[in-house]
Design a protein around this ligand. Structure first.
Ligand SMILES: Cc1cc2nc3c(=O)[nH]c(=O)nc-3n(C[C@H](O)[C@H](O)[C@H](O)COP(=O)(O)OP(=O)(O)OC[C@H]3O[C@@H](n4cnc5c(N)ncnc54)[C@H](O)[C@@H]3O)c2cc1C
Length: 438
């Protein structure tokens, strides 16, 4: 392939990969655009963090860049017929133990927004929405941010629908596990090798493999003898446990119109933002735990990095007791004693790729021409699904705004993670030791 006739191979069909394919094929209807993923796009179960019953779609960011991007994406979720059927505008209810609410409101004002977004005293807020959060833990809460413009999306359904549209538009989808990147004699990336032994080639190779990205880069570094390919400190793979409870008819009536809830913590409290999402069409209520854990293991003889378990499904459905207990404790932060009776139907460990500042990596890889990285959702990437590909395409074409180049670069300043409540806070094997305290 010459640069006048580019082709695109995207490893990973989560939101970063699929959005890239969607934007590329719309701009270049005759281009060769291929998604390769270990799981079929319509599989019953997938390892992608993007494949889920639901994800929060909010623009409640105290960071102005992500606030603007989230508003842009949310607009598409609300108005575009491809995305709109999957969006539910339930509002967001966010308990704030810092100045978070005021910062978010200031951002919305600066961005010229008129959304229905307010900060309320606890006593007033907890009576809202039929009092569904009246039993929540309000220790240390200064005020509650209520944004009625936010909501959630049926994440797996939206991912499937957009992938299907990509295929209709001419994108190819190959179900295969990639074992390593391939390079020519000058070190430029030319494609990938699959577990079945096949080779896929393209002029542009985009790695959007989520939590598996550091492992794939490690394997490729070993195989090619180019240590510069490694992710190193740039990307950390980590898991979080989610739980779902089946609501009976009475419970469903109480919770069906609830907003998304967030317990907001500060770095001193040692917890991430703990969220709970309104019941799905199957009447299952979801929330996640407070432990974000690495899984350091030997991915190649002598090479230790954090990586999802080495099974086809990342052992995502085998949730050990201490992680289920984390789910119980998070549930109690929201719903109090009556929730102890709920019937738990699902536990899942969801793996994502993290950076110390929660900024994505959307960047050429500095160690190989033709190789690009687009991932690191850092536990908040889904909501940007409709617009990620627009910015990834700008990166591929050298048209990304300087502010975003700096934010998302492969090589950039990396502050430590001490101020980031959403950064991995434990190692999985330590949590599973008998004396582990959750
Ligand atoms: C529990 C949990 C809750 C979250 N909640 C929210 C939320 O409410 N709102 C929000 O905005 N964000 C949320 N996020 C974050 C969001 O889900 C992720 O940031 C985002 O989905 C990551 O997208 P991705 O495309 O980078 O990775 P993924 O969605 O993980 O996709 C990566 C793909 O790469 C494929 N792959 C990996 N390795 C290979 C290989 N070797 N060969 C072939 N294919 C491969 C995988 O099969 C997978 O399909 C949450 C994350 C978690 C874990």
């Amino acid at each position: 392939m010459t640069s006048s006739n580019p082709s695109y191979l995207i490893i990973g069909a989560g939101v970063f990969g699929v959005s890239t394919a969607y934007h590329l094929i719309q701009k270049y209807p005759n281009a060769s655009v291929t998604l390769v993923d270990r799981d079929a796009y319509d599989a019953e179960s997938r390892v992608a963090a993007s494949w889920d019953w639901n994800k929060v779609i909010r623009a409640d960011y105290d960071d102005k860049v992500y606030c603007r991007l989230a508003l842009e994406a949310q607009e598409i979720f609300k108005t575009d017929p491809l995305w709109q059927p999957h969006f539910h505008q339930t509002g967001v209810y966010w308990t704030c133990r810092s100045a978070y609410a005021q910062n978010v409101i200031a951002n919305h004002k600066d961005l010229g927004r008129n959304d229905d977004i307010i900060a309320l005293p606890v006593a007033e807020a907890r009576k809202l929405y039929g009092g569904v959060f009246d039993n929540a833990d309000y220790t240390g809460v200064k005020e509650v941010l209520v944004n009625r413009a936010s909501g959630w999306a049926a994440a797996g359904d939206a991912l499937r629908a957009v992938t299907k549209r990509c295929l209709e538009l001419g994108v190819s989808y190959i179900t295969a596990s990639v074992t390593n990147l391939e390079f020519d004699g000058r070190g430029s990336c030319t494609g990938v090798k699959t577990q079945a032994g096949g080779t896929l080639s393209a002029s542009h190779v985009v790695v959007a493999a989520g939590a598996f990205t550091p492992t794939l880069l490690e394997w490729s570094a070993v195989k090619s003898g180019n240590p510069g390919l490694r992710a190193g400190e740039r990307i950390v793979a980590a898991g979080i446990t989610t739980g779902m409870a089946q609501l009976n008819e009475d419970q469903y009536q109480k919770f069906k119109d609830m907003p998304v809830g967030f317990q907001g913590y500060t770095p001193d409290e040692g917890k991430p933002f703990i969220g709970s999402i309104p019941p799905t069409k199957d009447r299952e209520l979801k929330w996640w735990g407070s432990k974000i854990f690495t899984n350091t293991r030997e991915v190649f003889p002598g090479h230790y990095i954090s990586s999802p378990p080495p099974t086809q499904d990342y052992n995502q459905w085998k949730v050990p007791g201490p992680l289920k207990q984390d789910i119980v404790e998070s549930r109690n932060l929201w719903y109090g004693p009556e929730s102890a009776k709920w019937e738990m139907t699902k536990h899942r460990i969801c793996w994502d790729a993290f950076t110390t500042t929660s900024d994505f990596i959307i960047s050429p890889h500095s160690a190989s021409k033709g190789l690009y990285i687009a991932t690191c959702g850092s536990f908040h990437g889904y909501k940007f699904f409709p617009v990620l590909g627009k910015y990834i395409m700008q990166m591929l074409e050298g048209e990304l705004a300087p502010e975003l180049i700096e934010r998302w670069a492969w090589d950039r300043q990396r502050p430590d993670s001490s101020q980031n409540v959403e950064y991995p806070n434990s190692e999985m094997k330590h949590l599973l030791e008998p004396a582990a305290k959750l």
